[in-house]
Design a protein. Structure first.
Length: 331
């Protein structure tokens, strides 16, 4: 259902292969909002280092992790959030007009760490102090930059697949207003999923998201959109990148910003009772959220009128939209 695409075809130098890849990429994002990418250019050793550093940090005692706390309010979106600080469920029904398919409010069972660009002129990063996971800052400054370079290439591929000039989308992301999120889902009893979830259903706010995850599984996408029914996206391991479209890309292009969540991992066939009373193992993921420059206007691009347009009362900027979407997740 979720096609695995080889990003090497985009960088092969063969124009026919490149264009075919771009068409498949856009088709997958239009139909489902998600595709799976391999050979995306981020080295396995770089991904291994990021996961090892993330795991090291989250295994620290809570009092050590709380030395780099996320503020109690939504902005700046930086630093460590303990279990229960953020509630994504408050935005689960964003964009839903059909009240009969409203999703229930569920408690998130996760802890996370949010990081931005070191070049961000508005928000500074909150790093662990000296003596608390000293490899953390250099590891994720480097990982952020690697993901940013990859993001620009993917945005170019999407532009080509849509029939737009190659730089159309990438030039709207020059300021690096992106965010990197490390997430740890602690081991929990299976019964907890009756009233909670690992992360509640939501759409991402930005343009595209690059998700790297371990092999535990549990990522699900609403299919068909608006139905309230979710299907699993099998994990291909940490070197596979799950790419999904966000709200800003949908506003620009009409590609599907798919609602997704992390829930109970699938059980092997014939083993449905295996985890009754058992503990579901911990899970780690790293998500890179490509977000437009805060001044970028969220108006349709495919009619040729979007680029260079002045802000009007009809269209908001990406910064205004992001601020509106994040409100309520922290209280």
């Amino acid at each position: 259902m979720f096609e695995r695409l080889d990003f090497a075809n985009y960088q092969s130098g063969n124009v026919a292969k490149r264009d075919q890849f771009c068409r498949k990429l856009v088709s997958g994002l239009r139909q489902r909002g998600f595709v799976r990418l391999v050979n995306h250019g981020i080295e396995p050793s770089t991904i291994d280092k990021a996961f090892a550093t993330s795991r090291h940090f989250f295994q620290l005692p809570l009092n050590q992790k709380l030395k780099s706390p996320h503020p109690p309010t939504a902005n700046p979106h930086r630093g460590f959030s303990a279990v229960g600080l953020e509630n994504v469920s408050t935005i689960s029904n964003y964009g839903r007009e059909d009240k009969s398919s409203q999703l229930p409010l569920l408690k998130d069972m996760k802890e996370s760490y949010d990081i931005g660009s070191e070049r961000d002129e508005l928000y500074s990063n909150i790093w662990p102090p000296t003596g608390v996971c000293d490899t953390f800052e250099p590891t994720f400054v480097e990982f952020f930059e690697v993901c940013y370079r990859t993001q620009l290439l993917i945005l170019e591929a999407i532009s080509i697949g849509l029939g737009l000039p190659t730089q159309t989308l990438s030039q709207l992301h020059a300021a690096q207003h992106n965010e990197l999120r490390l997430t740890h889902y602690p081991a929990v009893p299976q019964e907890a999923f009756s009233t909670s979830t690992r992360i509640a259903a939501h759409t991402d706010f930005g343009s595209i998201t690059l998700l790297f995850q371990d092999r535990v599984g549990g990522l699900e996408v609403e299919s068909p959109p608006g139905s309230g029914s979710f299907v699993g996206i099998a994990s291909g391991g940490p070197y596979e990148c799950i790419l999904n479209a966000g709200d800003c890309l949908q506003k620009w292009t009409g590609l599907c910003s798919a609602r997704h969540r992390v829930h109970l991992p699938e059980l092997p066939q014939g083993n449905e009772q295996a985890r009754k009373g058992d503990v579901v193992e911990e899970r780690f993921s790293i998500a890179y959220f490509a977000k437009p420059d805060r001044t970028a206007v969220l108006r349709p691009l495919l009619d040729g009128s979007g680029l260079g347009a002045k802000v009007s009362s009809e269209f908001v900027t990406a910064g205004e939209f992001q601020h509106m979407r994040i409100q309520g997740r922290y209280a």
